[in-house]
Design a binder for this molecule. Structure first.
Ligand SMILES: NC(=O)c1ccc[n+]([C@@H]2O[C@H](COP(=O)([O-])OP(=O)(O)OC[C@H]3O[C@@H](n4cnc5c(N)ncnc54)[C@H](O)[C@@H]3O)[C@@H](O)[C@H]2O)c1
Ligand SMILES: O=C(O)[C@H]1O[C@H](OP(=O)(O)OP(=O)(O)OC[C@H]2O[C@@H](n3ccc(=O)[nH]c3=O)[C@H](O)[C@@H]2O)[C@H](O)[C@@H](O)[C@@H]1O
Length: 343
């Protein structure tokens, strides 16, 4: 029984939560915020989180590179909420977990407004850490293999500190993510916040922006449009491509496990850009041409994750091979481009 501090004992029970809230959230016992949830990886993560009836999912996104279309099947669902919000502004809500993905990821978008990109990484991560501190939520940051810069160690494991140009055109992104990682660990050490850091390596799959300039989406769209595949010079640079369902599984294992990370999440299958173009040509359009074009500054020459830590600590490894994953994107791209397969 509650006292009102006036030596008078109230017999009135405390007020019930609003019946509306009860009706809406009666099943939920985990409220999860996904920043950047209208984007490519974020929307696939939301799909997976929503499969669990105990989860209530809130997406905060400013739609810079994401789209409501990616979430259309959840809009109106009682366990789902979508907020137009820029993470560079504080967000005052109650949550149990935060997947912090908000940040433009394609080089052409993150270089478009580099000051905004670094604000998103630094101020956005500070705001989400502040939210985690106030609510006691666990927070996962999607960092990047770009923290290794143009790596001099190959493959890259998590102990490598990287080879990053601090004043280059990519720095807003890779240095931004490095500061974001620093902030995560400082909040962890200073305030005891529960943190998780995933270092994501190149991820591909349906719902990538068609014209976002990333290599897999470029090549698939070019192959479907009968345009030459543009391999940026020298073409021998390598990347390791992870299918999005594998990525989402890895992120959820990291969030739900006991390790802070950083942990590399990626597929160690390594390809040169010429090899990737040849695979797309063979699988999607054998008639298409492959041409070489100028590259952009500071393009990393090689990239391949060492995933020993993910295997040992998360029991995770990717399952989808590149040659199986590429055709899974074709239908989604054809639908959005309105170009059907030739008979
Ligand atoms: N896809 C990859 O290969 C890859 C690799 C490494 C790391 N990552 C990281 O994973 C995350 C998701 O990447 P993605 O490929 O889905 O990219 P994406 O561009 O499709 O998604 C990013 C989302 O964040 C939103 N956003 C951007 N700035 C915001 C802001 N200030 N406030 C609120 N929302 C904002 C965008 O509108 C978009 O919906 C990013 O943090 C990215 O750095 C991705
Ligand atoms: O995985 C990562 O950590 C990072 O990977 C990518 O950055 P990047 O590897 O430069 O991605 P792309 O723009 O797809 O370029 C990959 C390679 O393809 C080449 N490329 C790109 C586009 C194209 O049309 N042709 C082409 O050969 C580029 O020169 C580069 O060598 C992502 O876009 C980042 O968000 C992410 O953080």
């Amino acid at each position: 029984m509650a006292s009102n501090g006036n030596n008078h004992v109230s017999t009135k029970p405390p007020p019930e939560p609003s019946p509306l809230r009860k009706a809406k959230f009666f099943q939920a016992n985990m409220r999860i915020l996904v920043t950047g949830g209208a984007g490519f990886i974020g929307s696939h993560l939301v799909d997976k989180l929503m499969e669990n009836e105990k989860n209530e999912v809130i997406v905060a996104d400013n739609y810079f590179t994401g789209s409501k279309d990616n979430l259309k099947k959840w809009i109106g669902h009682p366990r789902f909420e979508l907020i137009r919000h820029d993470v560079t502004e504080p967000l005052l809500i109650e949550v149990d977990q935060i997947y912090h993905l908000a940040c433009p990821a394609s080089p052409i978008f993150y270089k478009y407004n580099p000051v905004k990109t670094i604000k998103t990484n630094v101020i956005g991560t500070l705001n989400m850490l502040g939210l985690a501190k106030r609510t006691g939520a666990r927070i996962l940051l999607t960092s990047t293999s770009e923290v290794y810069g143009d790596p001099l160690v190959h493959p890259q494991d998590e102990t490598y500190w990287g080879n990053v140009n601090p004043i280059g055109v990519r720095s807003c992104y890779d240095e931004g993510k490095r500061v974001a990682e620093t902030l995560m660990f400082d909040y962890h050490r200073q305030h005891g916040i529960e943190i998780r850091i995933a270092r994501i390596f190149n991820t591909y799959g349906p719902r990538m922006n068609i014209d976002d300039g990333r290599v897999v989406s470029n090549f698939i769209a070019q192959a479907i449009r009968d345009e030459p595949l543009t391999v940026q010079l020298p073409g021998t640079q390598t990347r390791s491509f992870c299918y999005v369902s594998d990525m989402v599984n890895g992120l959820m294992r990291l969030m739900d496990g006991e390790n802070t990370g950083p942990i590399n999440i990626g597929n160690p299958g390594e390809f040169t850009m010429l090899e990737l173009a040849e695979n797309v040509k063979e699988l999607i359009n054998p008639e298409v041409k492959i041409i070489t074009v100028e590259n952009t500054p500071d393009d990393p020459r090689q990239r391949k994750p060492d995933i020993t830590k993910a295997k040992e600590l998360l029991g995770w490894e990717p399952k989808v091979k590149l040659r199986d994953g590429l055709p899974l994107m074709e239908e989604d791209f054809r639908d959005r481009l309105g170009i059907s397969r030739k008979k």
